[in-house]
Design a protein around this ligand. Sequence first.
Ligand code: MG
Ligand code: MG
Length: 248
Amino acid sequence: MRAAAQVVSRTLGIVAAEIKPGVTPLQLDKLAETYIRDQGAEPAFLGLYGFPNTLCMSKNEQVVHGIPDNRPLVDGDIISVDCGAKLHGFYGDHAYTFAVGEVSAEVRKLLQVTLESLYLGIEQAVVGNRIGDISFAVQQHAEKNGYGVVRELVGHGLGRKLHEKPEVPNYGKRGSGPRIQNGLVIAIEPMINMGVKNIKQLEDGWTIITADKKPSAHFEHDVAIVDGKPEILSTFKYVEEALVKTLA
Ligand code: MG
Ligand code: MG
């Protein structure tokens, strides 16, 4: 599972290096598919429940499950890139929301708070806690900042299937839900809206957007519980390295 998580992490790093105004989501999708296959892995989303691409790419008011298209990214967009891969029978599932060029301070804060809420959730993934402790930590931080927490879509267990039990909601009560045990692997993935928590699905049958069309952010890590503590199997290291180079 570590190896599968590394494949998706490196794939996001490759995508990160190319994100700029003028690039199309479909170009990035092709790049990701080629890279995943070159690693001896398979794209996990392609064909899953009928999804047509390797990456889910969700721009601005799109929350998740956006289908890569050929409309170029423009300065000021944000785009969530969610990547799944299967390696040696195990899945990795990982997402990062990128700023394209310059984004407003308001949007930058949404990205920052969503990322913080992910790590606050991960901190709660310890033996002795329950899933609701993760959910509560994510929700608290997002709502404290005035944001809406999506209810209908949640994190999940991860292993020989992409979506396993337990569900890992981004909202909930402390001390509720399944117990966290050693050996559990979960994908924790806050989906946080700048405005209301409500969402809608587009006619394409996939893309989820915010009901008020305000932007939404999404970050996802794969987390294993080892010796009572969370070990983050995925990493944003490759993304961060690529972003530093882009800015240099
Ligand atoms: Mg994902
Ligand atoms: Mg996931």
